[in-house]
Design a protein around this ligand. Structure first.
Ligand code: NAD
Ligand code: TYD
Length: 355
């Protein structure tokens, strides 16, 4: 069996669902259920014996040690993290606690477990750490895309905390021989994406008749990958990645934020036109920029393509259409995650921004 952390969040839940759709190997899913963790994402697994959910913190050394000892997983995949840049600006403490201290404690618990394994299990064991392209910092327009050897230059509390976790994972390999793999992926989108992030926020605000808040000039560039392609990359790295190596994962889909918002608006115009017949893009509002906003991310995914034969299955056009359709078909899911805590966040992040 495998142990997944953060498997009730956006990418982790997609990963667990895809894993169990393709394999009968049991998944132990350890998740703290912060505001971003949602068991509704895993509702289709109710009664599935191969999914064992445990609510808990990756930084709870005793709990992690007990889970490892009891279930004896052959691999561990670490998705658990605080993941939203804007939240890290308003309150970095949780990011340091989970992404840095939590990862450290988790590594120590996994190391103790791995050290105690018999030779064959020890040789086959893997810890895969899921990270982000944001650790590399910001690119100028003419710069080459991030390769695995690009210097780490994190600019936000979020990316700094993820960079710190990557460094710990690397050091635990070099110093203790822990069999690790790291993936650094670009921006994901798709089902179960929490509507604090750009694409789901634009979809749900558009449908609710609310403003579509574009930060600054909207010309910041991100490289977008459909979440299920990220999950297939992780499975491939787990299966065939070289120990101690890092793999950049991306969709070759660099787009300015404003283009993304226009695409979402156009799809909604087609799939669920406004009652007044006007285009959704009339709801676009330019608001004060995010402090320290990275201008451009771009992933050079040639290493994982060349060495492991991975390629994304979706283009941006097919993936974004599926995503918009998913949100239209899951408006109950959206209304359930828009709890009191969600409303407090929206007020905190957007009320201070002048239009
Ligand atoms: P998310 O915020 O949607 O989910 C994070 C999950 O981790 C939640 O279920 C939460 O409850 C859980 N969690 C948080 N703190 C925890 C703790 N201390 N112990 C156990 N569980 C905890 O995030 P996501 O977008 O699914 O991202 C998953 C991972 O992928 C993160 O490590 C993130 O840095 C990385 N990543 C995300 C993207 C992206 O575009 N979303 C891109 C590249 C990499
Ligand atoms: P986000 O989804 O928060 O991901 P990240 O900051 O990790 O890349 O934001 C994606 C881009 O969209 C980023 O450049 C910030 C921008 N953005 C907006 O313009 N408006 C918004 O309301 C949000 C949430 C993001």
């Amino acid at each position: 069996m495998i142990l997944v952390t953060g498997g009730a969040g956006f990418i982790g839940a997609n990963f667990v669902l895809d894993w169990l759709a393709q394999s009968d190997e049991t998944v132990i899913n350890l998740d703290k259920l912060t505001y971003a963790g949602n068991l509704e994402n895993l509702a289709t697994l109710t009664g599935v014996a191969q999914h064992i959910f445990v609510q808990g913190d990756i930084g709870d050394s005793a709990l992690v040690a007990a889970l490892l000892a009891k279930h004896q997983p052959r691999a561990v995949i670490n998705f658990a993290a605080e993941s939203h840049v804007d939240r890290s600006i308003h309150g970095p403490e949780d990011f340091i606690q989970t992404n840095v201290v939590g990862t450290f404690r988790f590594l120590e618990a996994v190391r103790a477990y791995w050290n105690g394994l018999a030779a064959e299990a020890k040789a086959g064991f893997r810890l895969l750490h899921v990270s982000t392209d944001e650790v590399y910092g910001s690119l100028a327009k003419e710069d080459a895309a991030f390769s695995e050897t690009h210097q780490y230059e994190p600019n936000s509390p979020y990316s700094a905390s993820k960079a710190a976790s990557d460094h710990l994972v690397r050091a635990w390999h070099h110093t203790y021989g822990l069999p690790v793999l790291t993936t650094n992926c670009s921006n994901n989108y798709g089902p179960f994406h929490f509507p604090e992030k750009l694409i789901p926020l634009m979809i749900v605000n558009a449908l609710a008749g609310k403003p579509l808040p574009v930060y600054g000039d909207g010309q910041q560039i991100r490289d977008w990958l459909y979440v299920k392609d990220h999950c297939s990359a992780i499975r491939r790295v787990l299966e065939a990645g070289v120990l101690g190596e890092t793999y950049n994962v991306g969709g070759w889909n660099e787009k300015p934020n404003l283009d993304i918002v226009h695409t979402v608006c156009r799809l909604l115009d087609e799939l669920q036109p406004r009652a007044d017949g006007k285009p959704y893009q009339e709801q676009i509002t330019y608001v004060t920029d995010r402090p320290g906003h990275d201008r451009r991310y771009a992933i050079d995914a040639s290493k994982i393509e060349r060495e492991l034969g991975w390629k994304p299955a979706e283009t941006f056009e097919t993936g974004i259409r599926k995503t918009v359709q998913w949100y239209l078909q899951h408006q109950d899911w959206v209304s359930h995650v828009q709890s009191g805590a969600y409303r407090d966040w929206v007020e905190k992040n957007y009320d201070g921004r002048a239009a």
